[in-house]
Design a binder for this molecule. Structure first.
Ligand code: KE4
Length: 434
């Protein structure tokens, strides 16, 4: 087990101050029964803890750090902006620049509102859809996670699934009854639910590439059926691209799968590591949002100049290089080829999933197409794998219900080192398999 004396002491103190010692549950490492390394700094593809261990980082702050940590151009831009003040609570040119850049990359967004988190983005998009349609029900997919808004903490993925609470307590029966759920990729179940509830359903919200039950890809026809069925019933189709946006493809998963949603939610990368997110879509829906319309949504730090600056610089760096996303995808494929070889050598059955620079590994001999399949993966093998990789200096997500991320800063040497570590970690997984 890795020696983390300073992190252990820090964690003990933190648990006296904050629930579970953390400000977001998955960071607690509770599922992998290990002290979480307390982080001191990060640079490029590496992250360093307060005990002095440096790791190759594939969590990347859960997605935002696509350029790598502390990218010089992003840091310089933030420093410059900070000198002009950190928050005004007033309109700035910067916000219009970021809005225009995002809309140029994701043309289905005709109007956009900047907010401070993915949760705010999805929560507000749902409210807009309810205001626009006058309907109350929403439909989501089991295992998808859309932040911790009440309507969405029903059969949720990510941390909710990690700790076995897909249906959080504290959600009123009234709220929960208006949230319909269907298994991801289950076209017959979706069609049946829409036939029954479609006329009452304000919105269908989906991660077009699901990253919160591990990484699960849509069946080819699945997203198309969501589009045709929602059109049939006048239901708003919301693509939650907070995670997969700019990862699956530069123009969003919607461009990769050729689907035009009514609304899109974004986050993570558009803040470049600072708190920024957004929701947007058809003009007629977005014009329902205050002050133009009657759907209220507001935020003290919405469009914060530092977060917008970091997001702008990140997107500019990504779009400056035409081959940016392809290079990331190729690096990710190379890593997974190495992991596949390591698993085969150790006789460990795995499913390896990739969508651009997002990837994950399931300890499962069968295909993983939905939340139920993901839950059937071998959690003992996962824990042994995770702890061995951590000890060998590879920083992975401490839950099988998360996705891993490649950055532009990861080099061939990082990939080689990660593959070498996987050969040893697969032996540990083999020994722990149930
Ligand atoms: P935030 O409120 O955490 O910024 O975004 C919520 C959200 C919305 N939609 C999708 C598809 C998401 O993946 C997320 C948040 N992702 C998790 C990682 N699985 C954040 C990490 C955490 O909860 O600590």
């Amino acid at each position: 087990m890795i020696s983390l004396p300073l992190s252990s002491a820090a964690f003990k103190k933190a648990r006296e101050l904050m629930p579970g010692g953390v400000n977001s549950p998955v960071r607690s490492y509770a599922r992998v029964e290990c002290t979480p390394p307390f982080i001191a700094s990060a640079k490029g593809s590496h992250i360093t803890d307060i005990d002095g261990h440096t790791y190759i980082d594939y969590v990347g702050s859960w997605g935002p750090m696509i350029l790598g940590h502390a990218h010089p151009a992003v840091i310089h831009a933030i420093q410059e902006a900070a000198g002009r003040g950190t928050s005004y609570g007033a309109p700035t040119l910067l916000e219009s620049e970021l809005a225009a850049l995002i809309m140029s990359l994701i043309p289905s967004i005709e109007k956009i509102r900047l907010v401070s988190s993915g949760t705010e983005a999805t929560m507000s998009a749902l409210r807009a859809a309810r205001g626009f349609t006058g309907r109350e029900k929403i439909l989501k997919f089991a295992g998808c996670y859309h932040g911790h808004g009440d309507s969405l903490l029903v059969k949720a993925g990510s941390g909710a699934a990690t700790f076995g609470e897909p249906d959080s307590s504290g959600i009123t029966k009234g709220t929960a009854k208006d949230t319909l759920t269907v298994p991801y990729n289950d076209i017959p179940a979706f069609r049946a639910m829409m036939e029954k509830e479609g006329p009452e359903t304000a919105a269908v919200i989906v991660e077009p590439v699901a990253g919160n039950m591990g990484l699960v890809l849509p069946d080819p026809a699945f997203l198309q059926v969501l589009r045709t069925e929602t059109e049939k019933y006048g239901t708003v189709l919301i693509f939650d691209e907070v995670m997969c946006g700019f990862r699956t493809a530069l123009h969003g998963a919607q461009s990769a799968y050729g689907i035009h949603p009514d609304m899109t939610c974004l986050g993570k990368i558009i803040g470049g590591g600072l708190p920024a997110a957004a929701y947007g879509g058809k003009k007629e829906i977005m014009n329902c949002i205050a002050p133009e319309g009657s759907v209220y949504q507001a935020g003290t730090l919405s469009g914060n100049p530092l977060a917008v600056t970091a997001g702008l610089e990140t997107l500019r760096q990504m779009t400056a290089d035409p081959g940016f996303t392809d290079k990331l995808s190729d690096k990710t494929s190379a890593l997974l080829d190495g992991w596949k070889e390591a698993a085969q050598k150790a006789g460990v059955p795995v499913q390896l999933h990739q969508s651009g620079s997002m990837f994950c590994l399931f300890f499962n001999s069968r295909p993983v197409c939905n939340y139920e399949d993901a839950c059937a993966s071998d959690s003992h093998a996962f824990n042994a794998w995770f702890l061995s990789m951590l000890e060998q200096g590879i920083y992975l997500a401490p839950s099988p219900f998360e996705t891993l991320f490649m950055s532009a800063a990861h080099c061939d040497k990082d990939i080689e080192q990660t593959v070498a570590a996987a050969h040893k970690a697969m032996e540990s997984a083999a020994g722990a398999m149930q």
